[in-house]
Design a protein around this ligand. Structure first.
Ligand code: PMP
Length: 439
């Protein structure tokens, strides 16, 4: 009998969940190691989504566990306001070295949501310090996800995450999303068509005037709304338009960072398009301890270093900014990625992963398959029922010992980068068999 049955289930209000549905038929995880969770009935569950796109090195890696244990026993907490501890400087230096171009300065926080709001605030402040205080407008994108802070949902493009919460930040606008099933269905890797969608930014600039626009924020590959790889040439075009009009470009690499797309650590480097600010979280600590970061380029940072040396450069930060335990986890995580060459491994495995994903093409209900690196989205045809097919596949897969993610009608697969080929097979074969069962 699981401990769940002895607890008041109404106390924990689960986020982004149908709480009443869950309580009727719970899915409970009690431990994790390597590629597998264990549920409360003692069954192993193959982790097909790296927890929540974050456990890129696999679960409970000894090096990270030891770093966390050692730190909690030696420096349980240290403030980062006007104080320092060595691991904060080391973690920032390691992250800055991993980030491409002149993205050399790290403002830590505790989540992807905080990273997005931190980046947006830095962008507005940057312009103001340079005498362009009218540049306050923030441009996001339809189907963009930048967490759940007011900044993040204002630039985010998911109506369900916005509509309960009032008027949000004023002065935002949105680019069109890049999904085009008519032209790009079943593309392997980056879709061929759609670079011109970036030109919508020119229309937005014409409408509002560049002098009012602070920043554009996009995920290089939209993850949470169903794995939308960028069309070939799209990111470069956005970069060029931003540069032309003095608009800062922010990449939200909360999902795409730390090898998820295979090869370099970040999408920015993989696609050769360097933003002015980049956010990350999740894989930064392998999911072990909450941590996020906004990484800013030299020219943005320098704008904050012009005032009196005794003045606070940026009035922003959190009690837990650069928490020692998070810094220790981040350093051990980056060591693990490097020693095991996990980003390269993701790249080497990606053709196999791509084949396995696209083998589902002829399964019932499949209307699109999208993939890059070790992430894939499988879009199913919508149906007229209280729950989507994707939810049903997700739920049945869990009962068969495979953890997936679903969003609307789309399944997302993003396993730890340590996955073996037979485990890739098992994930996609499980989905295929369930798709044949599901009405
Ligand atoms: N940005 C992106 C691109 C994300 O995918 C997420 C989380 N899925 C976030 C921001 C928010 O991160 P968090 O849940 O850690 O606040």
């Amino acid at each position: 009998m699981s401990s769940f049955s002895n607890t008041n289930h109404d106390a924990f209000w689960m986020p982004f969940s149908a709480n009443r549905q869950f309580r009727a038929d719970p899915r409970m995880l009690v431990s994790a190691k390597g590629m597998y969770y264990r549920d409360d009935a003692g069954h192993d569950v193959l982790d097909g989504c790296a927890g929540l796109w974050c456990v890129n090195a696999g679960h409970s890696r000894p090096r990270i566990v030891e770093a966390v244990q050692k730190t909690v026993a030696t420096l349980d907490f240290a403030p980062a306001f006007q104080m320092g501890h060595p691991m904060a400087f080391e973690a920032a230096d390691r992250l800055a070295k991993l980030a491409p171009g002149s993205l050399n300065h790290v403002m830590f926080c505790n989540s992807g949501s905080e990273a997005a709001d931190t980046a947006l605030k830095i962008a507005i402040a940057y312009h103001r310090l340079r005498g362009e205080g009218a540049r306050t407008r923030l441009i996001g994108r339809e189907r963009g996800y930048h967490g759940v802070g007011f900044g993040g949902i204002s630039v985010g493009g998911i109506s369900g995450n916005r509509k309960l919460y009032g008027s949000l930040l004023t002065g935002t606008d949105h680019l069109p999303h890049t999904l085009d099933l008519r032209r790009n269905a079943f593309t392997r890797g980056l879709p061929e068509h759609g670079a011109e969608l970036a030109d919508a930014l020119e229309r937005i600039v014409t409408l509002h005037d560049a002098s009012t626009i602070a920043a554009v924020i996009v995920e290089p590959m939209a993850g949470s709304t169903g794995v939308l790889p960028p069309p070939v040439g799209y990111l470069k075009r956005l970069r060029d338009i931003c540069t032309k009009h003095g608009i800062l470009l922010i990449f939200d690499e909360v999902i795409t960072g730390f090898g998820r797309l295979g090869g370099p650590a970040f999408a920015a480097e993989k696609y050769g398009v360097i933003p002015d600010i980049m956010t990350c979280a999740k894989g930064l600590t392998n999911g072990t301890v909450p941590m996020g970061a906004a990484i800013v380029s030299d020219h943005v940072f320098e704008a904050f270093m012009q005032g009196p040396e005794t003045a606070i450069d940026l009035p922003h930060g959190y009690t837990y900014t650069a928490h020692p335990i998070a810094c220790a986890a981040a350093i051990a995580t980056l060591d693990t990625y490097a020693e095991e060459h996990l980003f390269e491994r993701a790249e080497i495995l990606s053709p196999y992963f791509e084949e396995a994903a696209h083998a589902l093409r002829d399964c019932p209900h499949v209307v699109d398959i999208r993939n890059v690196g070790l992430v894939a989205g499988i879009e199913l045809e919508p149906r007229n029922a209280p729950t989507t097919r994707a939810y049903e596949v997700f739920d049945r897969a869990f009962r068969k010992g495979v953890l997936l993610r679903y969003t609307g009608d789309i399944l997302a697969i993003s396993p730890p980068l340590i996955i073996e080929k037979h485990e890739i097979d098992r994930i996609f074969e499980t989905i295929a068999s369930i798709l044949r069962e599901v009405a």
